[in-house]
Design a protein around this ligand. Structure first.
Ligand code: NAD
Ligand code: UD1
Length: 337
């Protein structure tokens, strides 16, 4: 089937907004549903400025079935890309019911609305967090699934819901994409990551040190079993992720199957590698504050990316220098520094 009109939940968020630009430029008509719980309305103008496509916006919650029915009906949707969700691991430990309600309950409502409208294609934002602590590296898709937080559990439950729905309805197809560590920004500097409050994740924190908003990056742990003692992760450029979603949509158009794949580069970089790359990109020194390990962190986590290459024909194109270059262009433009 030809997929032309896409409902994008959470389309004003970090990954969703970049993906919307890529999809609109590829000729898809988009209808975004976002409740603005972690996004600013102005992101819509930024998306529209970068992509001249047809982009409709509904300020709505995915748990609001009538609103979903309206959005799906009005756009005559062929497929859904489902980014909407809460994603803070620590918060999910404190407020598990909020996470189950939003991420699992919201997806049940979304899938019910899709079924009622006969929409049988979904691309879902899963996460490497479904693997839990790696028992072997690089992580292949058949690695045991043992998420360590309520957030991770919600991702795994939705993957299972998708598999069950595909078993129950043989016309239903999905792509579950397990992202590793998305960073970077649109190369124009017109879109990027804009977290509320003090960033939990490394890259937004480094950006805020580079722009002078914070004095130093706390490096959590220097005694891990890695090449320099600091934690190693598989950072992936958000534009590569956006291209991964386009590849997943093409797969769902053409193949008579569903797919669950890692989206990572396969390369692991340490905290200090990232900080050095950011210094090169920005030409600014990034002071560090050697700090104790952060509870719950693992030494190393990186993907085996071969299955996505084989099934989707997708490979990450950008390296750590391009990720830091684009993150810096966005940070500089938006901090006034
Ligand atoms: P984000 O918070 O920037 O984007 C999520 C968007 O969904 C936000 O715009 C938010 O307002 C919206 N939203 C949340 N709950 C909603 C609801 N009930 N109804 C409607 N809109 C709702 O996050 P992101 O980094 O762009 O992540 C997108 C997806 O990818 C999430 O599902 C996240 O769990 C997953 N993911 C993210 C990462 C990461 O590191 N950023 C890694 C793996 C997986
Ligand atoms: C976290 C989430 C994961 C999510 C991912 C991307 C946890 C346990 N996991 O992964 O579910 O998919 O973010 O959003 O929260 N670091 C510092 N100083 C900082 C911040 C981070 O040294 O100020 C280090 C961490 O110890 C880690 C690396 O940088 O080694 C990356 O951290 P982070 O960006 O938070 O991502 P993850 O912990 O991999």
């Amino acid at each position: 089937m030809a997929v032309k009109s896409i409902l994008v939940t959470g389309g004003l968020g970090f990954i969703g907004s970049h993906t919307c630009v890529t999809l609109a430029q590829a000729g898809f008509r988009l209808a975004i549903v976002d409740n603005l719980s972690n996004a600013k309305r102005s992101v819509l103008d930024r998306i529209r400025a970068l992509a001249q496509g047809e982009i409709d916006f509904h300020e709505a919650d995915i748990r609001d079935r009538p609103a979903l029915d309206r959005a799906i009906g009005r756009a005559a949707v062929d497929a859904v890309i489902h980014f909407a969700g809460l994603k803070a691991v620590g918060e999910s430990v404190e407020k598990p019911l909020l996470y189950y309600d939003n991420n699992v309950g919201g997806t049940v409502t979304l899938m019910q609305a899709m079924a009622a409208a006969g929409v049988r294609r979904m691309v879902f934002s899963s996460s490497a967090t479904v693997y839990g602590e790696p028992i072997r590296l690089p992580i292949t898709e058949d690695h045991p699934l043992r998420p360590q937080s309520p957030y991770g559990q919600t991702k795994l439950i939705v993957e299972q819901m998708l598999a069950d729905e595909a078993r129950a309805d043989d016309r239903f197809r999905y792509a579950a994409l397990r992202y590793f560590n998305p960073i970077g920004a649109h190369p124009s500097g017109g879109l990027g990551e804009d977290p509320n409050g003090i960033p939990n994740n490394l890259l937004p924190f480094v950006s805020q040190v580079a722009t002078g908003l914070r004095p130093a990056v706390r490096v959590f742990g220097q005694d891990y079993d890695t090449h320099d003692g600091t934690g190693v992760r598989d950072y992936i450029h958000v534009m590569d992720l956006a291209a991964g979603h386009l590849a997943a949509l093409r797969f769902l158009e053409a193949a008579n199957a569903s797919v669950t794949v890692n989206l990572g580069t396969g390369n692991g970089y340490s905290v200090l590698d990232v900080i050095r790359a950011y210094e090169r990109a920005s030409g600014r020194p990034i002071p560090v504050d050697m700090s104790p390990r952060r509870p719950g962190d693992v030494a190393s986590c990186y993907a085996a990316p071969a299955l996505a290459a084989e099934r989707l024909g997708w490979r990450a194109q950008f390296g750590i220098d391009e990720m830091c270059r684009d993150a810096w262009a966005w940070a500089r433009k938006n901090s006034g520094s």
